[in-house]
Design a binder for this molecule. Structure first.
Ligand SMILES: Cc1cc2nc3c(=O)[nH]c(=O)nc-3n(C[C@H](O)[C@H](O)[C@H](O)COP(=O)(O)OP(=O)(O)OC[C@H]3O[C@@H](n4cnc5c(N)ncnc54)[C@H](O)[C@@H]3O)c2cc1C
Length: 394
């Protein structure tokens, strides 16, 4: 029987993981998109983008043979999270409270990409450095056009082409888009006090200031900052010269963190990303979306990529479990994928959006309730275990 063919468009983490997983599941896979192997960085130089990887995502990367290709000394386990409200609210989530060692792992984007690219190479997945330009429906299937003038007729086209997804647009897949009016600004910082593998987050009312632990370097301990703040303020900060950027951080960070990790200094230049809540119908005949092409959530829970890797895992499962008479692009098969992703994607969007609104409101009674709610949650071991399991991606 002819092997079913898949074309994965997009060579970010979701696309690479998808191509690798489907190839390992026995499908004939081609990858379409730019190819740039992230360089191996010197010991104390860290890629500016890092992700909190959940246990479920780590397990997927492990099954794909990629986790073991990431240098162990560049992976930072998160053993506890402390979340500070804007008044006296405080929540401490420690791995031991749910009888586990780790809540998540902080890993550089470049390291994950490099490991996945190596695994894709070992698997012999054909990689075409070309660009998706359009789509035509042909009978039951699709015809995919690329910038080089090539036309592909895969049994299934997967759009893993990021938040602006040209595949989603060409396949006319329904897409809801809500801008937050905020930017997520990321940078690595020198910290004075050891982080002790704790992730710390402060809700300040109009911003969320998060510090993720990174490995210590010869210059001392460091953490990665993710600061979600109103877009106009973020743009002003990003436009400043290096000295003014340091002064801005110094002026605000001490007030927000109360000196929790001592004095904070920028190690890398801050980079900003506009924040949106996006939801899509995820499938069309012969087409499925994964990763940011399929959804985007606020980064305050550090779960966007984990959600995308959840798509990859589910899509592999659904395609592998289909009845032998069904084609992989059959809308009935793809609808199963959409149904199975609907609840986790909706829930993550609802939780992150709800928290963003709850902590953004000026209403005094809600401000009181959110901080009391945190204090109450901190005293309820059962609820804390549920929160820990959600953070771990269980
Ligand atoms: C501030 C911030 C912090 C975050 N922190 C976390 C975190 O801690 N944990 C977490 O899980 N998530 C986090 N996220 C979310 C995470 O960044 C994204 O979910 C993830 O990067 C999406 O990966 P992706 O592979 O779906 O898309 P992308 O990384 O955008 O990849 C898309 C790929 O498609 C390619 N492409 C685009 N157009 C075409 C075309 N026409 N033809 C061919 N290829 C094309 C691009 O070149 C690229 O390779 C964070 C997000 C932000 C903004």
């Amino acid at each position: 029987m002819k092997q079913a063919s898949v074309l994965v468009c997009g060579t970010g983490i979701a696309g690479l993981a998808c191509a690798l997983g489907l190839s390992r599941a026995g499908l004939s896979v081609d990858l379409l998109g730019p190819r740039q192997m992230p360089p191996v960085r010197p010991a104390d130089d860290y890629h500016p983008r890092v992700y909190a990887i959940s246990d479920t995502s780590r397990a997927l990367l492990d099954r794909l043979g990629a986790w073991r290709l990431i240098h162990a000394h560049r992976i930072t386990p998160v053993e506890a999270m402390e979340i500070h409200g804007d008044a006296n609210g405080f929540l401490d989530l420690s791995a031991w409270q749910d009888a586990r060692d780790t809540l998540a792992w902080i890993v550089e984007s470049g390291e994950i990409e490099r490991a996945l690219q190596q695994a894709v190479q070992v698997m012999g997945v054909a990689w075409h450095e070309d660009q998706f330009t359009g789509l035509e429906t042909k009978g039951q299937g699709v015809c995919v056009m690329t910038a080089s003038g090539r036309c592909w007729q895969p049994d299934l086209l997967i759009g893993a082409d990021g938040a602006r997804s040209p595949v989603r647009q060409a396949a006319q897949i329904h897409h809801d888009y809500t801008p937050y009016g905020d930017m997520g600004v990321v940078a690595h910082l020198d910290i004075e006090r050891p982080h002790q593998n704790r992730a710390c987050q402060w809700f300040t009312g109009d911003s969320v200031f998060a510090l993720l632990p990174l490995p210590d370097t010869a210059d001392g301990p460091q953490a990665s900052l993710v600061w979600s703040m109103p877009e106009n303020r973020a743009r002003r900060w990003l436009a400043m010269d290096a000295e003014a950027q340091q002064a801005y951080l110094f002026a605000h960070a001490l007030a927000i963190t109360g000196g929790r990790l001592g004095r904070l200094r920028l190690r890398t230049r801050p980079q900003g990303f506009p924040l949106t809540l996006e939801r899509t119908a995820m499938v069309a005949p012969g087409v499925a979306l994964v990763g940011d092409a399929a959804h985007r959530v606020h980064p305050l829970a550090g779960q966007g990529l984990n959600l995308g890797l959840g798509d990859v895992q589910t899509l592999i499962q659904v395609l592998s479990d289909r009845e032998p008479h069904r084609a992989i692009g059959d809308l009935q098969v793809l609808a199963r994928y959409r149904r199975r992703r609907a609840e986790p994607v909706w829930a993550m969007g609802a939780v992150t959006h709800g928290l963003h609104r709850l902590f953004g409101t000026q209403c005094a009674s809600l401000a009181w309730a959110r901080n009391q709610g945190m204090q109450l949650a901190d005293r309820l071991p059962f609820l804390k275990r549920q929160l820990i399991r959600a953070a771990a991606g269980d």
